[in-house]
Ligand binder design. Structure first.
Ligand code: SAM
Length: 220
């Protein structure tokens, strides 16, 4: 039987599941930014899952969203979002729209989000979903995120949710000085890296932990 998000009294059961997800999977593993925790307690993750998988929306892992792609594990979304150190009004580039969940979390935190997806069906579905849910300050592009979004650059932060073998040069170039770029880099298993751009344009990097993302498709 499909799990219902409404109790007999009409109460939204997903609220409790989200609270539990945030406490058990995210806060207890060391995420401290209250704005990230609040956003993830608010965004209805089940709305970003395929209909027949909505009962797994709050499970502790990445889940398939069709076309061989995934919605990331809640903890990984939280860690990447925290690493961006975002403030309301910041212009953030996301590469890999997927279901739109990560973009919704960024929007919930007050960012102006520019999101790029390579697969047209996913791009279309994510946009329709976000519009239906009423998320604002989102800009969509269907194309190759390796190139970034030069017309809208520079960005205060960049988050990449698919893994290239090396950092795409255009993304480093499109980051503002002082900004952070969060990206998994490597083949099969990757390092989740955070690059910070210095005033002289150089990038400083540190690694958070190992992750497994789908590959960032490259046409080059
Ligand atoms: N952020 C997504 C979410 O919240 O659901 C999860 C993204 S999923 C792990 C990675 C996404 O990156 C897939 O939708 C995939 O099609 C997309 N992708 C892969 N290569 C890409 C590229 N070169 N440019 C843009 N998107 C790409």
């Amino acid at each position: 039987m499909r799990w219902s998000f409404r109790g007999d009294d009409g109460q939204d059961l997903a609220v409790d599941r989200r609270k539990h997800m945030v406490e058990q999977q995210i806060r207890q593993r060391g995420i401290v930014d209250e704005r990230v925790l609040k956003a993830m307690e608010t965004v209805p993750r089940e709305a970003f899952m395929p209909h027949d998988m909505q009962d797994l929306a709050y499970a502790d892992g990445a889940m398939p969203i069709g076309r061989g792609q995934t919605i990331s594990q809640p903890f990984v979304v939280a860690a990447m979002t925290e690493a961006l150190q975002l403030e309301p009004g910041m212009r953030i580039l996301e590469v890999g729209t997927g279901s739109g969940y990560q973009a919704a979390v960024l929007s919930e935190m007050g960012a102006e989000v520019y999101t790029i997806e390579f697969i047209p069906d996913l791009a279309r579905e994510a946009r329709a979903r976000m519009e239906q849910l009423g998320y604002e300050h989102l800009h969509y592009m269907c194309g190759d995120g390796n190139l970034g979004w030069p017309e809208e650059a520079p960005f205060d932060g960049i988050i990449v949710t698919a893994a290239p073998p090396v950092l795409p040069g255009a993304l480093g170039e499109q980051l503002k000085p002082g900004g952070r770029l969060v990206i998994p880099v490597g083949r099969v298993e990757q390092d989740l890296r955070v690059y910070r751009k210095n005033d002289d344009g150089s990038l400083e990097r540190h690694t958070l932990f190992a992750v497994r993302f789908v590959p960032l498709v490259s046409q080059g």
